[in-house]
Design a protein. Structure first.
Lengths: 289, 275
């Protein structure tokens, strides 16, 4: 089983649009949405949820007011400035990192650590194949851990079913959820756009995937809106020995399909962008096979 | 006053709006890019950087001469950054959250203070705008410590425009937490709406006043507008979908220079928010 992670660096370059279409055209695959901060792929894939599981991760400190003497030891030790002291101490949940230092050193044992329920993860069936996805609670942390969980569950399930490919929708940026989505990946498909921000952010993702030694392939979305920008992206990729395997044209069908909640290749199979997406998959699958 | 620009979904136009607000504001203005994973504001404001400050967090370095392998450091660490088995101890600085629990719990004082570089804070100016951003080190997973380091440079009494990262988790919360007001930038598509709902959930939980700007108005449908009306959320501005704007963006031209006619709307928006 081979695993492909779709990334972008910059948000809104067309990552989920590409993923929705890959979900349709890649044969024999399992799909994972690892953009758990702002999961959107389910809007295109019509998942029918088969299993719903709790995501419990980390702990949160809570003061037991009856035991607290207001000595202030916890306030002093907390590196996150999450604890304030009135008559008794109070831990602000949004600032608590869950390190447990306050609970360990409280002389009165007046701080307990509660398991944190951070959201849910799901195993679903879609018209395009099995799909693992998640929902992070409002303002919750530990998205990196949820990403790892979603990915591992997708791999497990994919192996059970004897699938050939795992395709993963990654998060924007280069931080914790992206790094978590890269572990064990065979290839990255990087969707960018021909703008200075697209180029800049792609450059940082390329540095990251080089750091983790994961082969990376670039696809330029809406390249015809700014051909010089697309050229700058190609030059940057050439210099870094990265292959550009696709150019997607600007195509109003993309938004039309999104508004109808369908992958563009299924709704407008012969539109210019759909043809170009299919070519990207042909190239990528032949390189990886 | 601290005014944050956030979105939930990436690529909706946060930086476009934040840069426009900074360029249209009068008086003492600071633009602060808290999207430290992928900062873009500098591409449009083209600031002169005059100061670079490396941001580091404290991580454990084991002094095996003093270590008795008691395992207390391993037990207190909730992030698996230290393992002890038999007479072997290993620290994994990249997993460390810098809580200092291991330093505090070690009776033998066998843990020395090491450092892990998280990234760099850069400061400067773009015309009359004070500029500050952070750049996360490639391979570093934790952005909140760097975001907090960037925000240490907030200029008191200035109008501070905080450009937030996408998403709805810790990096966004670290950015908007103490803001006086947040502008959420979205686009009129189902993706835009889905992520707007998540972002609104976060801001309601944090109890920060906010309103919405719809970017690329005209490309999708009216579900964002209908939902905002149902929820009683104020839509402050609709930036039209315009090929000229996209071309300007592709040349790193700030929106209010491509479409000077929009300046008045941003000025008015700032006036309303200040009140």
């Amino acid at each position: 089983m081979k695993e492909i992670v779709v990334l972008s660096g910059k948000g809104g370059t067309g990552k989920t649009t590409m993923m929705g279409s890959l979900a349709v055209i890649v044969p024999d695959k399992i799909i994972a949405d690892c953009d758990v901060d702002a999961a959107d792929l389910h809007l295109l894939l019509e998942p029918e949820i088969k299993e719903k599981h709790d995501f419990v991760s980390g702990v949160e400190a809570e003061v037991i007011p009856d035991k607290c003497t207001g000595c202030g030891t916890c306030v002093e030790l907390c590196k996150w400035e999450a604890i304030t002291l009135d008559e008794t101490a109070y831990v602000e949940p949004l600032d608590c990192e869950g390190c447990g230092v306050c609970a360990h050193f409280c002389p009165e044992e007046a701080i307990m650590l509660k398991d944190k329920h951070c959201g849910y993860w799901f195993k679903s069936e879609t018209p395009y194949g099995p799909f693992v996805h998640a929902q992070l609670g409002i303002g919750e942390e530990n998205s990196g851990k949820l990403v790892s969980l979603v990915k591992n569950k997708a791999k497990e399930w994919g192996e059970e079913l004897g699938k050939k490919w795992v395709i993963v929708d990654g998060a924007p940026g280069i931080g914790c959820p992206v790094i978590a989505s890269l572990s064990g990946a065979h290839a990255v498909l990087l969707i960018t756009e021909p703008t200075p921000s697209g180029l800049h952010d792609m450059g940082r993702v390329l540095e990251l995937t080089a750091h983790f030694k994961i082969p990376t392939f670039v696809c330029v979305n809406k390249w015809d809106l700014h051909p010089e920008g697309a050229k700058a992206i190609e030059d940057h990729c050439d210099k870094n020995n990265v292959a550009v395997i696709g150019h997607l044209p600007y195509d109003p069908c993309v938004v039309k399909a999104m508004v109808q909640g369908k992958p563009v290749v299924s709704l407008f199979a012969d539109s210019p962008v759909s043809v170009a997406i299919k070519e990207v998959w042909q190239k990528l699958s032949s390189i990886l096979s | 006053m601290k005014l944050a620009v956030a979105s939930g979904k990436g690529g909706t136009g946060k930086t476009t709006v934040a840069v426009s607000l900074a360029l249209c504001a009068t008086g003492n203005v600071q633009y602060m890019d808290c999207d430290v994973e992928e900062p873009n504001g500098h591409l449009f404001l083209k600031p002169q950087i005059t100061e670079r400050i490396t941001c580091k967090v404290t991580v454990p370095v084991i002094n095996e001469e003093k270590c008795t392998y008691c395992g207390k450091c391993r037990d207190i660490c909730r992030f698996n950054a230290i393992t002890v088995f038999g007479k072997t101890i290993m620290a994994f600085p990249e997993l460390c959250h810098a809580c200092r629990g291991c330093f505090l719990v070690c009776d033998e004082k066998a843990i020395d203070e090491g450092e892990r570089e998280v990234g760099v804070v850069e400061k400067g100016s773009a015309g009359s705008i004070s500029f500050c951003h952070g750049k996360l080190r490639i391979g570093e997973a934790m952005s909140p410590p760097l975001i907090k380091a960037v925000k240490k440079h907030i200029i008191k009494d200035a109008l501070v425009i905080l450009d937030a990262p996408p998403g709805t988790t810790c990096p966004v919360i670290a950015t908007v937490k103490d803001a006086d007001y947040v502008i959420l930038v979205t686009e009129p598509t189902p993706f835009g709406l889905n992520d707007l709902k998540l972002a609104v959930g976060v801001l309601r939980k944090l109890d920060i006043p906010f309103s919405v700007i719809i970017n690329r108005h005209g490309i999708g449908d009216d579900r964002v507008e209908r939902w905002c009306a149902e929820e009683g959320i104020d839509i402050k501005m609709k930036i039209p979908f315009d090929r000229k704007i996209a071309e300007g963006y592709a040349k790193a031209q700030p929106l209010v220079e491509t479409r000077t006619d929009l300046r008045a709307s941003f000025e008015q928006l700032l006036e309303e928010i200040r009140q």
